[in-house]
Ligand binder design. Structure first.
Ligand code: GLC
Length: 471
């Protein structure tokens, strides 16, 4: 890089750090989180809230910079918002749930935190990913501060246990994956991801790994046993049934339907005509592959979902070979998956009748926009982390080069539209915090790969799974 370019990049970074500082939310004089966006040109809607999923990147940056207080305050305050009792009426959040977002409200000069479990969200979608992110952030906090005692406090142990109970509860299905309603994660509009979406499964796996390390065995033996049993089953299920590459496509292509009993190979009764096998056979590179978006009865969603695939690499849910193959696919299908603004939330877009039925004619989710294959700069940090984990640094380098000048010029938009991500999202906010932190975190991970340790996991080894257990 030329000297002039270095100076420009340096200025962009300084601006981004300042914007992050401006995004901090204070509660009773203490920093507790960051707003979703600071776009003064638009009505705030709920973008003045601190979203749990959005805060993850902020939290990691604060931990990297030694600003532990913000993350500690965030964890303590959000824990207080978690319902501790199960009320048997509807319209109240379930015990163990962590809100999608919260905001500081003043009443007669007194401040309190108002939690949103989806009541204020469009279509009132209940968040599933928040409680999983919460454990991942807590785990990162313990790793950064080495203060295990913080997580061992009884209220934190109870908080983790309640989330685990919610996730490990017996239900109406017998799959190791987590069954959720449509729109329960980063994508919280109707996009046909109900059932067993990959993003939730990858976060679930990471949260199980984190919880397993933080729980004291003596008090929570049943939960710990539950986690130990679930982890390998979940891992095998995803690695086998979600995996798509040319070899697997060949198997699916010749699947027989309506098989019964234990000898069935087409376990989910997938009919090849329900998937775009001809397009996939052209699109899949020889050595590339990816994890499908969703697998359930007679359903194989072959869309590529970025957060789920990248998080599967980071958490070691995907095998080493699969992780390499995912990165190869990203490299070889760069124009489709990364385009001009890293990177697409999913690919390809739902179009025509499929768009109308699955999104319910949602005008914000027209093809190649917003959640329907729009490009989200926040994904830059997940891509960089996955690139570091797999040793494919050039992928992250190229992605960062695409993003760094444009993001600040465009005033840090929430998302981009278009088949190649050339258009600033039609309804995108400017000064979106996770766009800013996604960029900063990607930069930090490039220069200090060791930060990966805060949120990534190595191969699961039951013998060394929990550090709280060994106390
Ligand atoms: C949008 C995104 C969601 C995010 C929220 C706040 O609704 O879809 O994932 O948490 O904005 O940025």
């Amino acid at each position: 890089m030329q000297r002039e370019e270095l100076v420009i990049v340096d200025d962009i970074e300084k601006q981004a750090w300042q914007l992050l500082e401006d995004a901090i939310i204070y509660y009773q004089g203490r920093p507790v989180g960051t707003v979703a966006a600071n776009d003064r040109s638009q009505f705030a809607l709920n973008y003045d809230h601190c979203f749990i999923r959005d805060f993850a990147a902020s939290a990691l940056l604060f931990l990297i910079k030694g600003r532990y207080d913000i993350v500690r305050n965030f964890l303590e305050e959000t824990l207080k918002l978690q319902p501790k009792k199960q009320l048997l009426d509807a319209y109240t959040p379930t015990q163990g749930l962590i809100p999608a977002s919260f905001k500081v409200v003043s009443n007669n000069g007194e401040e309190y935190l108002e939690a949103d479990f989806g009541e204020h969200a469009i279509a009132r979608v209940t968040p599933v990913d928040s409680c999983l992110w919460w454990i991942i952030i807590l785990h990162a906090y313990v790793k950064a501060t080495k203060d295990l005692k913080f997580a061992l406090q009884p209220e934190f142990q109870q908080g983790i246990a309640l989330i685990m109970e919610l996730c490990l509860a017996t239900r109406f299905d017998m799959s190791p994956t987590l069954l959720v309603p449509d729109g329960a994660c980063m994508i919280h509009r109707r996009l046909g991801i109900y059932g067993y979406p990959l993003e939730i499964q990858a976060l679930f796996y990471a949260a199980l790994r984190a919880a397993r390390q933080l729980l004291i065995c003596a008090g929570d033996e049943e939960i710990v046993i539950g986690i130990d049993k679930r982890l390998p089953l979940l891992q095998n299920h995803i690695r086998h049934h979600y995996w798509i590459d040319i070899q697997r496509l060949n198997i699916i292509y010749r699947f027989k339907g309506e098989e019964y009993g234990h000898s069935a190979t087409n376990l989910f009764n997938i009919y090849v005509d329900s998937i775009p096998y001809a397009d996939l056979a052209i699109w899949l590179p020889k050595h590339g592959g990816y994890l499908a978006g969703n697998v359930g009865p007679s359903q194989l969603d072959t869309r590529f979902f970025s957060l789920g695939n990248l998080m599967a690499i980071i958490s070691s849910l995907a095998s080493e070979q699969q992780s390499q193959a995912i990165m190869t696919l990203i490299e070889e299908q760069w124009q489709d998956l990364v385009g001009t603004m890293p990177m697409k939330i999913c690919f390809p877009a739902l179009e025509k009748e499929e768009y109308r039925i699955l999104t319910g004619y949602d005008p914000k989710n027209i093809p190649w926009s917003y959640h329907n294959a729009g490009s989200w700069p926040v994904l830059l940090w997940f891509l960089t982390a996955a690139a570091q984990k797999t040793g494919r640094i050039n992928i992250a380098k190229n992605a960062l080069e695409l993003a760094q000048y444009r993001l600040s010029e465009d005033q840090w938009p929430e998302y981009y539209d278009g088949v190649r991500g050339m258009l600033i999202g039609r309804k995108a906010r400017r000064y979106q915090t996770w766009t800013i932190t996604g960029f900063l975190l990607a930069k930090e991970l490039m220069s200090h790969p060791e930060y990966l340790e805060l949120f990534s996991f190595e191969k699961f080894d039951v013998e060394n799974a929990g550090y709280a257990c060994n106390l």
